[in-house]
Design a protein around this ligand. Structure first.
Ligand SMILES: [Zn+2]
Length: 537
């Protein structure tokens, strides 16, 4: 059945094309786009017609780096974010309530706090959590997912004891007597999060796992996203996506970046590098080279002027990294390496240069994830090697003030999108949710304004024109995931993945981009989200 979408401002994002008035959807694909009479003429008799009263249609947005399963998992956790939970008593109340609905055996879980936004201006402690949830494990994750606080039962179950030294790649918070105060940072936090997610997924059973995936997909679809690269797919989360997909309940395209230590499983299961369906693929592999920017653990030249005053951490030696990349490349996988600090980025570029030597460019489109401190000489090298960089404009307003503190004079050169593009790097946009909100409107606005929470503009010369900002989440993100033939722009022969917005983001005041309402999100010609009833279900 043909579907005509008309009386719209269609921002096609096709190269050299402006806006169109109308588009024709046939069997989930775009069959025509252009002027209203042309599209009408191309439609079969009896086509359904949806009139949009001048609303804007843009290509389905693609989040090129998002921890999708984590978004679903934490959506069910107690909301401990600010301003919703303004102080520690509010967090305690949320945890008490969550305890009532958390099955025995699972940890009572909260998420989303930022210590400096709490009235007390500090992390909650194990004692605070013990008051709310005594006798069974409870955890509250920091919004960055680089820290968490555990109660006494959780510390015991995790094997963390007073007197234990800090683990490699991480640290424990301590009270005045030197005992653990319940806060854990970095390495032990990542291990704990992964363990809890895995155990809860196993405990859940298929139906609940599918619900978790659906919850994440719905949340993203409501923000105008039709596809996401899942930045840490593991065996258990793959299974959850595959179950949802098999049931026809995966309302989002997932391009899985499979965690490097899970590839043997993937290969043994015969799933390596395969496209499983139009909505689920595992063609990429994820490696972490260094730590994070907001935790000041990204590997840099020099030392941070702020705690923990180090130079950051590297997870692998250059030789190990090169061996891994060579292996994955030879198996046909696209390699995506988390690299934030300039020292890490240089090592990753050395690795890519070695593996790509003698090849015609970068055919698998190996990527750098984040690229925070990719200063001009590094950007020039990345461009020469054809490396794709997937970055996060939305960090500007959410984490930018912390970057300025940690990077001083260099902070104007962080996430230097305009310079990178001028150097010839293909840059794609993403959120890194749940580190920050998955809302792509925030990323769009921040790519244009680069304003921190405190109102400082970080790198005014790096502000992007709004059309370039939109390209990060459409054409460029499609390229970054090898999907430019079918997604990223609204052209004949591509999938009918699009978003209806109440206003054209290319013409709105940049300040107001985050307020533009998403009216509908359409995947394969079918609505997966609508805030008003526009499309027949
Ligand atoms: Zn990430």
């Amino acid at each position: 059945m043909d579907l005509i979408v008309e009386d719209a401002v269609v921002v096609t994002m096709a190269a050299g094309a402006g806006t169109a008035e109308s588009l024709l959807v046939r069997d989930g694909w775009i069959a025509a786009v252009g002027a209203a009479d042309q599209v009408r003429a191309a439609a079969a008799a009896g086509a359904a017609v949806v009139r949009l009263d001048g609303a804007t249609v843009i290509p389905g947005l693609i989040d090129a780096h998002c921890h999708v399963a984590d978004v679903g998992y934490l959506a069910a956790a107690a909301d401990c974010s600010q301003p919703s939970a303004p102080d520690i008593p509010a967090i305690q109340a949320r945890l008490r309530e969550a305890a009532g609905r958390t099955p025995e055996g699972s940890w009572v879980t909260g998420a989303g706090y930022v210590e400096y936004k709490l009235r007390e201006g500090r992390h909650p402690t194990r004692a605070d959590l013990d008051q709310a949830v005594p006798g069974r494990p409870a955890v509250v994750y920091h919004t960055s997912l680089h820290a968490a606080v555990l109660n006494t039962a959780a510390l015991a179950e995790a094997g963390f004891a007073d007197g234990q030294p800090d683990p490699p790649g991480g640290a424990f918070g301590r009270d005045s007597g030197g005992g653990l105060d319940g806060v854990i940072y970095e390495g032990p936090m990542f291990a704990l999060f992964e363990r809890n997610l895995r155990e809860d997924l196993i405990r859940m059973g298929a139906a609940e796992r599918v619900r978790l995936v659906q919850m994440a997909a719905r949340r993203l679809a409501a923000l105008g996203l039709t596809a996401a690269c899942d930045a840490d797919m593991r065996r258990d989360t793959y299974a959850a996506f595959a179950e949802a997909d098999a049931d026809g309940l995966l309302g989002l395209r997932i391009y899985g970046m499979v965690v490097h230590d899970q590839l043997d499983w993937l290969q043994e299961a015969g799933l390596q590098g395969r496209r499983h369906s139009p909505r689920l693929a595992t063609e990429a592999v994820k490696i972490w080279a260094d730590g994070g920017m907001s935790s000041r653990t990204a590997a840099i030249y020099g030392t941070y002027p702020v705690p923990p005053y180090g130079s950051g951490i590297m997870y692998f030696s250059p030789a190990e990294l090169t061996a891994m990349v060579r292996d994955f490349d030879s198996r046909g996988l696209q390699v995506c390496i988390h690299a934030q600090g300039d020292r890490a980025i240089e090592i990753v570029l050395d690795t890519y240069a070695e593996v790509l030597a003698g090849r015609d460019g970068n055919p698998r489109r190996h990527r750098i994830e984040h690229g925070g401190a990719m200063y001009p000489p590094l950007a020039a090298r990345a461009a020469a090697l054809g490396i794709v960089v997937v970055s996060q404009p939305g960090f500007m307003s959410t984490l930018g003030d912390g970057f300025a503190e940690a990077f001083g004079d260099h902070s104007d050169q962080l996430y230097a999108f305009a310079s990178w593009q001028r150097a010839g790097v293909t840059v794609a946009g993403s959120s890194d949710a749940p580190v920050i909100t998955p809302d792509p409107r925030l990323g769009l606005r921040d790519a244009v304004l680069r304003r921190t929470g405190a109102g400082r503009v970080l790198g005014p010369a790096e502000r992007l024109p709004v059309r370039d900002a939109l390209a990060l989440y459409t054409t460029r993100a499609a390229f970054a995931s090898h999907r430019e033939r079918e997604a990223g722009s609204l052209e004949v022969g591509k999938r009918a993945d699009f978003v209806v917005l109440e206003e054209n983001p290319l013409e709105a005041e940049p300040e107001r981009i985050t307020d533009i309402g998403v009216l509908a999100t359409v995947l394969d010609g079918e609505p997966v989200y609508q805030s008003v009833s526009l499309f027949p279900n």
